[in-house]
Design a protein around this ligand. Structure first.
Ligand SMILES: NC(=O)c1ccc[n+]([C@@H]2O[C@H](COP(=O)([O-])OP(=O)(O)OC[C@H]3O[C@@H](n4cnc5c(N)ncnc54)[C@H](OP(=O)(O)O)[C@@H]3O)[C@@H](O)[C@H]2O)c1
Length: 326
């Protein structure tokens, strides 16, 4: 049985008298910094210089002491790395690595760069991971309600002998031990996340696009196809998460829907392809491909973005939100 860490199992003591620098003030950084501060932790923010940073002014407006990444690294005992993943290696080499000292802790929010050797910290610093399983806004909203989001922690290098306790204390300060936190390896967190992104996000978005396209190609009004392809999913996912899939399909949807789900769902989804993607992820093939695309300046991604933005479905979506509300 996996060990689940809750508030009662975790102490904030490893952070007492310590200074935590949140490096990067984006989607996760902003939320985690606010939660930690409200939990009584001393927090400073490190960002890119004012002329480059999109979030520095916001961090200052939120009342934080903001400085360069290099200065925050020098001052803090614990660094919570909240930069976008592809931006981390070069900023780490330029600003963080030269200012690290023995006994400091680097806490990542995704294991990718450490697992795939893009960041290779010295052996005398702790290297840990804490990931709340939700977008930043949700991490903050839950915390403000006295709740938290499920999360995971991991230790890649324990230089001080209490790296796990530090990671758990960070998880507690952000509110995750209110819900429950489990321990994973860097590999499990990274590959699990990459697998989810490919099959779940990739699959659901492709399902939405094809649902829309096939209906429109067959003469349905675009607004109706759009409502079916996207809007109807919104409430349904929340209910399934709250009551469970079986309760939803057998008691809270129509019998026609239940029959459709049980007989056609497996026809739509290609299980063999999902398993192949899982194996490719485990072999590091997805990571290698993505790092290659990033190194080239993301030419394929930019092309695909342009096509996606210009698509009929996107235009319909814009009109839809104006006509019928968000
Ligand atoms: N998004 C989520 O909800 C979520 C969930 C779980 C885990 N995570 C993990 O949390 C970490 C932070 O992710 P995030 O989504 O919060 O990141 P983000 O908001 O996309 O970016 C965070 C900061 O990174 C800097 N940045 C972005 N693009 C850059 C670029 N091209 N070059 C240099 N700096 C750049 C920006 O700094 P400036 O503001 O200074 O410009 C930005 O504020 C990642 O490790 C991610 O995997 C995120």
């Amino acid at each position: 049985m996996e060990k689940i860490y809750r508030d009662a199992d975790v102490s904030l003591a490893p952070l007492e008298g310590k200074l935590v620098a949140v490096i990067g003030y984006g989607i996760q950084g902003k939320a985690q910094a606010a939660n930690m501060r409200d939990s009584g932790v001393r927090v400073i923010i490190g960002t890119r210089p004012p002329e480059e940073s999109r979030s520095r002014a916001e961090a200052e407006a939120d009342g934080f002491e903001v400085m360069s990444i290099a200065e925050a690294t020098r001052r803090a005992d614990v660094l919570s790395i909240q930069l976008a993943d592809p931006a981390q290696p070069s900023l780490y080499r330029a600003e963080i690595a030269p200012n690290l000292a023995a006994g400091k802790t680097l806490c990542f929010c995704h294991g990718f760069n450490v697992l795939y050797g893009q960041i290779d910290p010295p052996r005398d610093v702790n290297v840990v991971l804490f990931v709340p399983n939700a977008p930043g806004r949700f991490v903050r909203e839950k915390y403000e309600k006295g709740e938290g989001v499920y999360g995971c922690v991991s230790v890649d290098n324990d230089a001080t002998g209490n790296a796990l306790e530090i990671a758990l204390a960070l998880a507690r300060a952000v509110g995750s031990t209110r819900a429950g936190v489990v321990e994973l390896s860097f590999r499990e967190e990274t590959e699990g996340d990459n697998y989810e992104e490919q099959v779940l996000y990739g699959g659901v978005i492709q399902l939405m696009r094809l649902t829309y396209r096939i209906m429109v190609e067959n003469g349905y009004p675009p607004s109706f196809a759009y409502a079916k392809a996207i809007r109807s999913l919104r409430s349904v996912v929340d209910v399934m998460d709250e009551v469970g899939i079986e309760e939803y399909i057998s008691r809270r949807s129509s019998r026609t829907c239940e029959y459709a789900v049980r007989t056609r769902g497996p026809r739509v989804i290609n299980e063999e392809e999902m398993r192949k993607i899982f194996e490719e992820t485990e072999r590091g093939e997805f990571a290698k491909e993505w790092m290659g695309e990033w190194a080239l300046g993301m030419p394929m991604l930019h092309r695909m973005r342009r096509t996606g933005r210009a698509s009929d479905m996107e235009q319909t979506g814009r009109r839809w939100r104006e006509e019928f509300g968000k």
